[in-house]
Design a protein. Structure first.
Length: 254
């Protein structure tokens, strides 16, 4: 059983930072957040929370209020599967709604397939913007050797499709009829296709994190292919409306 609660004490922030270190293995002196900043954010009324399994911290999230009335989720990480990330997000959603906030935003790497499926298919968030090399050079164990492209996701907390997903309704997305594959995975490598249809599919690799370690050249090819195809479509006004077959972004031309 996972219990999620807000954190307020220095010792709790120290443990959360240690958990983030376990996940990302940051370079010394280069964490994405500090104990002092978590303390300040929490004291000022922002969101700092931990997920516990039998009293052991197994996940945590830090978010702050942003312009436009949104809550921006800066960092979320877990050391366990079994739905801990979903528990954290649902707790964050309830916390935001209790404070009159109707939208949560965050950034994520568009190449990480499981995160795309989680964010779009399970939560119902939608990407708003493609951000090339958003964080500059990153040297942690997960991102080292790659450029830090991100998608800015927006989670409309009281949208009907989000409320249905929160209730546990089916979230698997079938391939739209007539959709054209604008970027395919051909034996592990990206291959571009035509982009003439109204609905396009953009593939991402099965495991970009493994590719960074085993085949950095192919990982770089994926980075630039997704940037060119998905980023280019979004820059031209197309909208990402889902993630289907746990493999493809669904992109609709406007």
């Amino acid at each position: 059983m996972i219990a999620v609660r807000e954190l307020h004490e220095i010792a709790e922030f120290e443990r959360l930072l240690a958990l983030y270190e376990e996940i990302w293995h940051f370079e010394p002196g280069d964490p994405p957040i500090t104990i002092e900043l978590m303390r300040a954010l929490s004291h000022a009324g922002n969101y700092v929370a931990g997920a516990y399994e039998e009293g052991r911290l197994v996940g945590g999230s830090v978010a702050f209020f942003a312009a436009g009335g949104a809550l921006h989720s800066h960092i979320t990480g877990t050391t366990l599967g079994h739905g801990v990330g979903l528990d954290l997000k649902l707790h964050q959603r309830r916390w935001a709604l209790e404070r009159g906030v109707r939208r949560i935003t965050w950034t994520y790497d568009p190449l990480v397939r499981r995160n795309a499926h989680f964010n779009l298919a399970k939560l119902g968030a939608r990407p708003l913007e493609y951000l090339p090399c958003f964080y500059g050079v990153m040297t942690d164990a997960i991102n080292d050797g790659d450029e830090s492209d991100r998608l800015l996701a927006s989670w409309e907390l009281d949208a009907s499709h989000v409320e249905a997903l929160v209730r546990g309704e089916h979230h698997d997305v079938p391939r739209p009829a007539g959709a054209q594959v604008a970027l395919a995975d051909a034996d592990g490598r990206p291959v571009t296709g035509p982009r003439t249809a109204a609905t396009l599919l953009v593939a991402v690799p099965a495991d970009i994190e493994a590719l960074r370690r085993t085949d950095p050249g192919t990982a770089k090819a994926w980075r630039h292919a997704v940037r060119d195809v998905l980023g280019g479509l979004m820059a031209d006004g197309a909208r990402v409306t889902g993630f289907c077959e746990k493999s493809f972004y669904v992109v609709e031309r406007m």
